[in-house]
Design a protein around this ligand. Structure first.
Ligand SMILES: NC(=O)c1ccc[n+]([C@@H]2O[C@H](COP(=O)([O-])OP(=O)(O)OC[C@H]3O[C@@H](n4cnc5c(N)ncnc54)[C@H](OP(=O)(O)O)[C@@H]3O)[C@@H](O)[C@H]2O)c1
Length: 178
């Protein structure tokens, strides 16, 4: 399943995830996972990105992971848009990420790919819920004011390199917790 912050889902126009290759479907069915990956959006304000609200055939389910601090009006609106079973409320003022992971596991969603963005990745790392990090470095030196891959209050987590692959000057890294 895919976990993504509401900022990224909004700015990149996330939709529900389509069915994958026949091989992916077979493996997913054999492991008891959904054939189309579920997409879960983390939003403290309980805002459902409009494109995820649309039910599409042959696409995975959409979930909203939110918190009580969103308020009852926003939570009710999200439940009307997605259906009550698809709104997961964990935490008070912000989403409690370890509780979110537990709630997703309880739904059988045990393999969670977090696609960011920077704020969510920072919170995932701060909550010690990051097992591995895939990072791409491209051959371009770029000045200017850019976001880092994490943003928010400082947090340090030690990672160890497990894999580095180079192709045409692009480096694909896989880092894991020690
Ligand atoms: N280069 C890359 O590989 C890459 C990858 C991902 C994203 N991005 C870029 O990053 C930018 C978005 O940055 P961003 O920092 O806004 O993204 P983000 O982390 O995707 O979204 C931030 C929003 O997610 C919700 N959120 C995240 N963690 C939360 C928590 N612990 N509790 C409650 N709510 C939480 C909040 O939503 P609400 O405001 O709804 O409460 C918050 O405003 C986009 O331009 C995107 O394209 C780049």
């Amino acid at each position: 399943m895919i976990l993504v912050g509401a900022g990224t889902a909004r700015s990149e126009g996330y939709r529900r995830t389509p069915a994958r290759s026949a091989g992916f479907r077979e493996r997913a069915a054999a492991e008891g996972r959904p054939v189309c990956p579920v997409t879960a959006v983390v939003s403290g304000a309980a805002q459902v990105p409009p494109l995820l609200a649309a039910d599409e055939p042959d696409h995975g389910d959409a979930l909203l992971v939110t918190c009580a601090g969103a308020g009852t009006d926003a939570l009710d609106r999200a439940r009307r848009v997605l259906g009550p079973d698809r709104v997961v409320v964990v935490g008070g003022d912000t989403v409690d990420l370890p509780a979110a992971v537990d709630a997703l596991h309880a739904r059988g969603l045990s393999r969670i790919l977090c696609e960011g963005g920077p704020r969510l990745l920072r919170d995932v790392a701060a909550a010690d819920t990051l097992d591995e990090l895939c990072l791409t470095v491209v051959p371009l030196l770029s000045a200017g004011v850019q976001q880092r891959v994490t943003s928010g209050a400082g947090v340090d987590r030690t990672l160890v390199p497990r894999l580095v692959v180079e192709r045409d000057g692009t480096l694909l890294h896989r880092w894991m917790r020690p």
